[in-house]
Write a protein that binds this ligand. Structure first.
Ligand code: NAP
Length: 288
């Protein structure tokens, strides 16, 4: 463990949730603090549901600079905050809190993390055919985010087809963006897995059956899962020659976007590049 020179001015940042014992945030954020040479420390707080209000008061009293919020408190913190950015309002969920002299503002950087990952990796979305797998919370937020990216075709596929149809109908009503629920038999430019199929301990499951017309050697396949580092979907896609990425980059870039909000300044592109490859740099197994 590295020695940190704390001072009376050391800024406290942190994470609240339950449980938080396996969170990667303290490791990522403290590494970021060190790289940026800031006088701050980031800790994880495992709190009970009835303590959420008290914790928000403590943020003001102790002048905690900012917090990440993880499950199950992304909605529960909202009544205690003073203002919100548009994304937090749209998803009715907060995963970053910024404290400016006792004014607590809630943000949501979930989808910004995925979009930033594509940007940093140089994978354009504009004019591309994109297929989202899943119809749960992440798929909904992704479809919303992607509908503003000028993609040429946005399609959704889910194990339970009715849920995908419901989601697409709702999306069209709310955002006025058409979403195709019967993906055509073509190789998509980008396929994003927003299901939990393939996640530990169900490593032998896959959200789609192979062979599939939707993936070829030109497709970029992004899996929001990072445990295991290579899901069955990524393994089978890589065998076809597709470019594959797991969800660690998305998680890590969310941490960087949070840090920008905590510190009110932009991080250099170089830092984004370094952290987008966090999994391969560190060896995913060693940090999970
Ligand atoms: P959710 O609301 O519970 O939705 C789960 C989705 O997975 C549903 O569409 C469900 O289909 C589908 N599914 C579950 N098991 C399946 C299987 N065996 N075969 C095919 N489809 C299956 O979950 P969520 O909040 O959207 O999260 C989805 C995934 O995103 C999770 O794996 C989570 O780890 C990941 N995630 C990653 C990050 C990150 O930072 N990397 C952030 C958020 C979420 P049905 O409708 O048919 O049940």
């Amino acid at each position: 463990m590295k020695q940190h020179n704390f001072s009376p001015a050391t800024r406290l940042l942190g994470l609240i949730g339950h449980p938080v014992a396996h969170s990667l945030s303290p490791k990522i954020q403290n590494e970021l603090i060190e790289i940026c040479g800031d006088d701050a420390v980031y800790l994880a707080f495992d709190i009970k549901a009835e303590e959420v209000g008290g914790m928000m008061q403590a943020v003001r009293t102790m002048n905690i600079g900012g917090l990440n919020v993880t499950a199950p408190y992304k909605e529960a913190v909202m009544p205690y905050l003073d203002s919100f950015d548009d994304t937090a309002k749209r998803y009715h969920a907060v995963n970053v809190i910024q404290n400016t002299n006792g004014h607590l503002k809630g943000y949501n950087v979930d989808i910004a993390g995925v979009l930033k990952f594509f940007e940093v990796k140089g994978i354009p979305l504009r004019g591309k055919n994109v297929l989202v797998l899943g119809a749960g919370g992440l798929a909904r937020a992704l479809l919303n985010g992607l509908s503003a990216e000028n993609v040429s075709l946005l399609a959704v596929y889910n194990r339970t087809a009715e849920k995908a149809a419901e989601l697409a109908a709702q999306a069209e009503r709310e955002w006025g963006f058409p979403i195709c629920t019967q993906p055509p038999e073509l190789a998509f430019d980008v396929v994003i897995n927003a299901t939990s199929a393939g996640m530990h301990p169900h490593e032998d499951t896959c959200p789609i059956a192979f062979p599939t017309p939707w993936i070829d050697e030109h497709t970029v396949v992004f899996d929001s899962i990072y445990n295991p580092a290579e899901t069955l979907l990524l393994k089978q896609s890589a065998q076809i020659g597709a470019a594959t990425y797991n969800g660690l980059g998305m998680l890590v870039l969310q941490a960087l976007l949070s840090y920008e909000i905590f510190t009110n300044r932009k991080l250099e592109n170089q830092i984004y590049q370094k952290f987008a490859d966090y999994g391969s740099l560190q060896g995913v197994e060693s940090i999970l």
